[in-house]
Design a protein around this ligand. Structure first.
Ligand code: GDP
Ligand code: MN
Length: 379
């Protein structure tokens, strides 16, 4: 799960990391007000979106007067960065930057440990540095059972700084960053850039954190910051109903009981030249309520034009499933073509019940895939 820079900076502040207190603004007037409240003369206005590369996209700008704040704030608010519309900006005191460094901690799959990455070539070109001159990025594996030892923090600090006074500032900074990373179950804590100011102070002027979704249950303070995208919202709704759902972007919506059958159904649609809109496993039983919930989920995707329901009746009998479907569709109003394939216990009985309804009844897997794609092509 991602959070915004201003939210990451709040965590930073709680853990004693050197961050200024920025002001979050949603309108140009709020930015102007923040400019006066900061009273520093020079500020930076920064887009708050769930993506990096804001600086390069024009989403981070300096301003040194009320007029300039007005101008850059109205440029940045409402702009789109990598598909994200900017609805919030930070206004923060501008720092006199002497040099920019890169510091991050992430989970390294290879060493199965937290890994600290450091570079003297920090700033907006770090991706290029990583690609073209990877030797400029130092890596330190941290043993999670021991934590970040003093000697490691010192070694890390000397990788970036030659001046002892700066090293002294960096040691507690790195240890605190590690503590924050571990205690909040983060998957990434990144400072890019960590700057050395002309006054000789270290400052985190950017902050990026992502968190392990599977650990959110024990961090309500993190979980409440979640801002799911439209796709993630659907996945959350599905999860709350006990379904497994993945959006795939096609136009044939699938409702299937069982993950293996769902995979096979998607393959079958592909085989006949169609495009599955999603993977959806509604799980074991198929009561009417579940079908209504699943249909709501499928129909909330505007790309879905045809629906394919593929149910294997094991303990649940197909005639019961058919009755459930008929019951469910009393409350679902749609003229979308719906292909249904039932197989397993009492399949024939089930199919007979569906015969004179508006469903397109299929017999085999292949028949179902074929009929769904045909229905799509006939639209
Ligand atoms: P990102 O591009 O999304 O990573 O956004 P950053 O917060 O890292 O900002 C991009 C760049 O803007 C930084 O690398 C700095 O060069 C510059 N910048 C940000 N804040 C300040 C500041 O207070 N003073 C100065 N002079 N430059 C800043
Ligand atoms: Mn940055």
């Amino acid at each position: 799960m991602k959070v915004h820079e201003y939210q990451a900076k709040e965590f930073f502040a709680h853990y004693g990391l050197p961050v200024d207190s920025p002001i979050l603004c949603r309108t140009v007037d709020e930015c102007v007000d923040a400019y006066h409240r900061l009273g520093s003369g020079r500020v930076v206005v920064k887009a708050q979106v769930h993506t990096g590369g804001r600086g390069k996209a024009g989403g981070v700008k300096l301003a040194a007067s009320e007029e300039e704040v007005r101008k850059v704030a109205s440029d940045i608010l409402g702009m789109t960065i990598k598909g994200y519309v900017v609805d919030r900006v930070l206004v923060t005191e501008a720092v006199n930057i002497d040099k920019e460094y890169y510091v991050s901690i992430l989970i390294d799959r290879k060493s199965k440990s937290p890994l600290m990455m450091l570079s003297r070539a920090g700033g907006m070109d770090i991706e290029q540095v990583a690609k073209e001159t990877p030797e400029k990025i130092e890596k330190i594996v941290i043993d999670p059972l021991i934590g970040m030892a003093d000697f490691q923090a010192r070694a890390a600090a000397y990788k970036l700084f030659d001046d002892k006074a700066v090293v002294k500032q960096a040691i507690p900074l790195f240890k605190n960053l590690y503590r924050l990373f571990m205690e909040k179950d983060a998957s990434l804590a990144e400072i890019n850039p960590l700057v050395l100011t002309k006054e000789g102070q270290l400052k985190a002027i950017d902050a990026k954190m992502t968190f392990d979704n599977n650990a959110l249950y024990r961090h309500p303070d993190v979980a409440e910051l979640n801002e799911p995208t439209e796709d993630e919202k659907k996945e959350l709704y599905a999860k709350s109903k006990g379904f497994s759902y993945v959006n795939l972007g096609g136009n044939i919506g699938c409702m299937v009981n069982g993950a293996g059958l769902a995979m096979a159904t998607m393959d079958m649609i592909k085989l006949y030249g169609g495009n599955p809109a999603n993977f959806l496993d509604i799980g074991g039983s198929s009561n009417p309520e579940k079908i209504v919930d699943a249909m709501n989920l499928l129909m909330s995707d505007q790309h879905v034009k045809v629906i394919l329901i593929n149910i294997f009746g094991g303990i649940t009998r197909c005639d019961d499933v058919a009755k459930g479907l008929l019951e469910a569709f009393k409350s679902i109003k749609t003229d979308m073509p719906i292909v249904i394939r039932l197989t397993g216990t009492n399949a024939e009985e089930g199919r007979r019940l569906l015969q004179n309804s508006h469903f397109i009844v299929a017999t085999t897997m292949a028949d179902a895939g074929h009929k769904a794609v045909e229905a799509m092509n006939n639209l």
